[in-house]
Ligand binder design. Structure first.
Ligand code: NZQ
Ligand code: ZN
Length: 386
């Protein structure tokens, strides 16, 4: 097991009818900005619950943060924060709203001239404006981590950011919000969380037996919950387990003491930036080909995953590992997720070279758990995904 430090300060308030508790978590004298997305919270009652809970607070709102939170729109919110001396942010939404709020938390206290530098120059945020979240879409884990991913349409870029100052102070997880989530987003949420586990697991054996079992437990639970939640998003117990799996998949716990990969996300973000493909779907396009391309480096963990997740006990390590990749693709297909780039765009020729060049420009020369996946490897992996 590798050495590690672990600190996660996020207070999770989980369960039915807990949105009301935001009132106890936000300082009474705060000037609050509630941030939300395209309006789903106005249709499912979450907006009303939040505003009722905030009665008596000094509150402003900012709606319209799109999926893949867009920099230019966030800059409008930043102006509002500065002009109105906002002191506390409350994100009400999925990963996009929460990530957008994290960017604003950082940008509000940033003393440079160009907030884009936080993303472009990977400036870590040690202290941000305090914020909480009300999660409406289990998927990213953003509600309990300190990372964010921001998109800029103008330059077709999508960059990560983060730092210890960007943990939410609290997150309300009421699984009843799952009831109104459309099938497409449910499938995305399951796929994103599943791939988060894979990125922290599908490397090489590290003698971290508990971490492996945590990771496998999350994957098994997601596989079990997937058909239940897709059949009936109002199934509270399935929704609760789905939600907790998504949070646990990316709150830092399962990656402690183990090597991690994250190359699938790095390539996937480029596909979203170039084609607007939903984040989770880009992962389903890249993950299987990434595992085939890096088969020799990953086959022992692939075979362990084959045995423990998919029950494949027969055959050699190579045979089990190959079946594991096929089973992963079949799982994504069972959710209604396509796994080839050409199923999302007819304009895919040249994508691999473009991504290779972007990684070269950014000097992302060694990705993956061994830090030796080169831009040329990335080109070949993306080509295999067409
Ligand atoms: O905008 P509204 O109208 O609210 O609708 C949203 C949006 O259209 C809808 N939705 C959310 N909750 C709902 C609901 N519809 C009905 N009922 C509800 N209860 O779902 C749509 C998608 O929302 P979005 O927030 O974009 O989805 P998700 O949570 O999958 O977030 C994706 C973003 O998070 C980033 C991704 O790159 C992407 O930009 N990620 C963030 C990570 C992190 N911070 O740790 C890690 C991830 O790997 C990921 O990169
Ligand atoms: Zn993800």
């Amino acid at each position: 097991m590798l050495n590690f430090e672990f600190k996660n300060p996020v207070k999770i308030i989980f369960g039915k009818n807990q949105i009301v508790r935001i009132a106890q978590e936000i300082p009474a004298d705060a000037k609050v900005l509630v941030l939300y997305g395209g309006g789903s919270i106005k249709l499912n009652g979450v907006y009303d619950q939040v505003m009722t809970a905030l009665a008596g607070f000094d509150v402003m709102t900012f709606g319209g943060i799109p999926a893949n939170p867009e920099y230019e729109i966030l800059i409008e919110a930043l102006e509002l924060i500065k002009a109105n001396r906002i002191t506390y942010l409350l994100a009400v939404g999925g990963g996009s709203v929460i990530d957008g709020t994290k960017f604003l938390s950082a940008a509000a206290l940033y003393d440079g001239t160009e907030p884009w530098d936080i993303l472009k120059n990977k400036i870590r945020t040690e202290k941000g404006m305090p914020f909480g979240t009300v999660l409406t879409l289990p998927a990213t884990g953003s509600e309990m981590n300190s990372g964010a991913v921001i998109t800029r349409a103008e330059t077709m870029e999508k960059f990560g950011m983060g730092g210890p100052g960007l943990f939410p102070e609290f997150s309300i997880l009421d699984p009843q919000v799952v009831k109104s989530i459309p099938q497409r987003q449910l499938a995305n949420g399951i796929t994103d969380a599943f791939t988060h586990v894979l990125e922290q697991y599908m490397t090489y054996p590290a003698q971290a037996f508990l971490q492996d079992r945590f990771a496998e437990g999350i994957m098994q639970t997601l596989i079990e919950m997937a058909p239940r939640i897709q059949k009936n998003p109002g199934d509270y117990e399935a929704a609760a387990n789905f939600m907790w799996c998504c949070t646990m998949a990316l709150n830092g716990l399962i990656q402690k003491g183990v090597p991690t990969d994250w190359a699938v996300h790095a390539m996937g973000h480029e596909l979203t930036a170039m084609f607007g493909i939903d984040h989770a779907r880009t992962l389903a396009i890249i993950a299987p080909v990434h595992y085939r391309y890096n088969f020799e480096k990953k086959k022992e963990k692939l075979a362990q995953y084959a045995e423990r997740i998919w029950g494949i006990m027969e055959g050699s390590i190579d045979e089990k590992a190959e079946i594991a990749i096929v089973r992963t693709e079949t799982f994504f297909h069972s959710l209604g997720i396509d796994t080839r780039l050409s199923q999302y765009t007819s304009d895919y020729q040249g994508t691999a070279e473009k991504i290779e060049n972007r990684f070269l420009e950014r000097e992302w020369l060694g990705l993956g758990e061994h830090k030796n996946l080169t831009p040329a490897d990335v080109r070949q992996i993306v080509e295999l995904s067409y």
